[in-house]
Structures are given as structure tokens and as C-alpha cells.
Design a protein around this ligand. Structure first.
Ligand code: FE
Length: 341
């Protein structure tokens, strides 16, 4: 009998230990909605035996949720597709500092948060794509030049309520000031080929449909179109060319933004969170991102995928990416004053 009790006790203990092991977890609040992230989380789960629980919503919704949940917020990390939103989370006192060099020493210096609150995981450029049948590469110069009369009725871009456009205008604000930025937004509208509608990919489709000649979009969408399962989209991707604006010697470079992670102040599973952040910035994950979501890797020792390398190297705007958050309110105000819906 004693022996039986001992065996039962040992079994219970064993299953307790095992259960404890199996409930290791991390809670992720993310704006990203890509298959690449799903794949990487799966791999991390298998390798580390840590369950990754994901909540997806817009960055603003997630930030509000974190604020409302307060001390009982279950989330460990916040992932956004915009440094401006991470700046917002940090300004709301929701993030804790991270030692970027401890995460990965090879993270490109120009992508780091100088305040130490967030870690970049990918970056992307907001580029100009054009129909080579109607536009010569030599005609293209800068974001600022898009207000030139020669582009009348030829430009396609999505709504100004979109974060990608708000981040772009925030960068223009940082360089050109309020008055010039308002002028830019107003005059760009007069060059629109149509009222803004659809997402970035829809602008490229509209070029090929002959609605306009050039579009302002994020770089990875061109590679996603080129590699799409949809043959029409593949054709769309093949029919346009990519141009990186503001490249001349004395110009600032093309506007970029990061996808990045903030560690939440009340992270209940901090050890696991740090493990995941290290994993997502590892060479393995960086290669996986660039070859599947076609964003640029954030490590100096990982090369961009072939399909995006074809567009060539380009000078990136090295503006402190927190400016994309600092100037956001002003940018939104300017868009509201302009006729860019
Ligand atoms: Fe996107």
C-alpha cells in the first residue's frame, strides 16, 4: 500500500512538473498580419516549448487595450509596422527599456531606437513605382518633386488616414517644416489620378489598368505581387519599375520605416519575451523575413532577398525614426487641412 501511495505521489509530481513546462508561454499583441510571422512563431514554439499567444489588431487599438488593461495586461510584447506607434507606446509609459546590443550586436545602427525602448525586426522603404511605358526613370527625383505639374492626373496613392502615408509626411515635416509640408500635401492632391482608395497593392494594379502612371507604395508589395499565386497580380508586379526617391548626393535618402517590438512594462513572461525578441532578430528569422515577406533585414550580416536586391542598393533616410511619432499629430492635422481624403 505504501509503495502504491509513493508511486501515485511521484506520478502526480512528475505531471505537475510537466504541466508547468507545457504552460510556458508568451503573449504577443501585434499589428502584423503576415504568414511569415505565423511561421516564425510556430518554429519558436517548437524549438523552445513556449506557447506563443497572438492578438492581432491595429497599433492604436492595441495601445488603447494595453492602457485599459493596466497592471493586469497579459501581453509581453507589442509588435507594430511603424516606429511612430512604438514611440507612442513608449510616450504612454507602456514600454520598458531593452539593451539592443544584448539582443543582437549586428542590428544596423541607423535603425536603432536611441531611447532604447524598441527593437527593429524588419524595415521597408516607401518607394515610387511607375509604368516604364509612360515614365522615364530620369524624370523621377524626389517625393517633393511629385507636386510638379508634369505629374498632373498621374499619381496614385492610398488614403491619408493610412499610417504609411502619415509616417512619410512626418518625415517630410521633419525636413521641410509645416508650411512646406501643407503645400506639398495640397499640391500632390491636384496631381492625383483619382480619389485615394484601396491599399498599396491596389495602387500598383491601377497603374497597370491605365488609371495613373506612378504610385507611392511600400517596397515589399512589389515583390509580393511578383511572387503572388494570382497570375494577374504576377503580371502587375512584372509591369512596373521601382524607384527610390531622394537619392542625389545632397539629398536625404528614401523614407523608410521599421517593423519593431516593444517589451511591455508589465510583461508577465519577460524571460520568454526576450527569447522571442532574440529569435526574431536572429540570422535565421531575418533570412526568413526577407525571403518571404520581402522586407529588408535589420542585421548587417544578412543580405536582402534576391528579388528585392534586383532593385539595387539605395540610400536610406537616416532621420531618427522616433520623429515619425513626434511629428505624427502635426502630420494628421496637415492631411486634414489638405484635400487628401
Ligand atoms: Fe503593409
Amino acid at each position: 500500500m505504501k509503495k502504491l501511495i509513493l508511486i501515485i505521489t511521484l506520478c502526480t509530481l512528475y505531471s505537475c512538473v510537466n504541466n508547468k513546462k507545457s504552460i510556458e508561454e508568451i503573449n504577443v499583441y501585434t499589428k502584423r498580419h503576415y504568414q511569415t510571422d505565423k511561421d516564425l512563431f510556430k518554429k519558436f514554439e517548437i524549438e523552445n516549448n513556449i506557447k506563443v499567444n497572438v492578438v492581432k489588431a491595429s497599433s492604436d487599438e492595441l495601445i488603447e487595450r494595453i492602457k485599459t488593461e493596466g497592471n493586469s495586461c497579459p501581453a509581453d510584447i507589442l509588435i507594430t509596422v511603424d516606429a511612430g506607434k512604438l514611440y507612442k507606446a513608449a510616450s504612454n509609459n507602456l514600454l520598458q527599456k531593452l539593451d539592443v546590443d544584448e539582443i543582437n550586436k549586428n542590428i544596423l545602427p541607423q535603425l536603432k531606437d536611441k531611447n532604447g525602448f524598441w527593437i527593429p525586426i524588419t524595415y521597408r522603404a516607401r518607394v515610387i513605382v511607375y509604368n516604364p511605358k509612360n515614365v522615364k526613370k530620369e524624370e523621377l527625383l524626389t517625393y517633393e518633386d511629385l507636386i510638379n505639374e508634369k505629374w498632373k492626373n498621374r499619381i496614385l496613392v492610398r488614403s491619408s488616414t493610412n499610417a504609411y502615408n502619415q509616417a512619410l509626411l512626418s518625415s517630410i515635416l521633419a525636413y521641410n517644416g509645416e508650411e512646406e509640408s501643407l503645400k506639398w500635401a495640397n499640391n500632390l492632391v491636384t496631381n492625383f489620378a483619382r480619389e485615394p482608395k484601396g491599399n498599396d497593392r491596389d495602387q500598383v494594379r491601377a497603374i497597370v489598368a491605365g488609371v495613373g502612371d506612378l504610385a507611392i507604395v511600400n517596397s515589399y508589395y512589389i515583390a509580393l505581387l511578383k511572387t503572388s499565386e494570382d497570375s494577374l497580380d504576377r503580371k502587375v508586379g512584372e509591369s512596373v519599375q521601382v524607384f527610390f526617391p531622394n537619392q542625389s548626393e545632397n539629398n536625404r535618402g528614401s523614407h523608410i520605416n521599421i517593423s519593431g517590438i516593444g517589451l511591455l512594462k508589465n510583461s508577465p513572461n519577460k524571460r520568454n519575451a526576450l527569447k522571442l525578441i532574440k529569435f526574431l532578430t536572429s540570422e535565421y528569422a531575418q533570412n526568413y523575413y526577407t525571403n518571404n515577406s520581402y522586407e529588408y533585414p535589420v542585421l548587417s550580416n544578412v543580405s536582402p532577398s534576391n528579388i528585392i536586391s534586383e532593385w539595387g542598393d539605395f540610400k536610406i533616410d537616416t532621420l531618427d525614426l522616433n520623429e515619425l511619432g513626434i511629428n505624427r499629430k502635426k502630420a494628421v492635422d496637415i492631411f486634414q487641412k489638405s484635400k487628401w481624403n
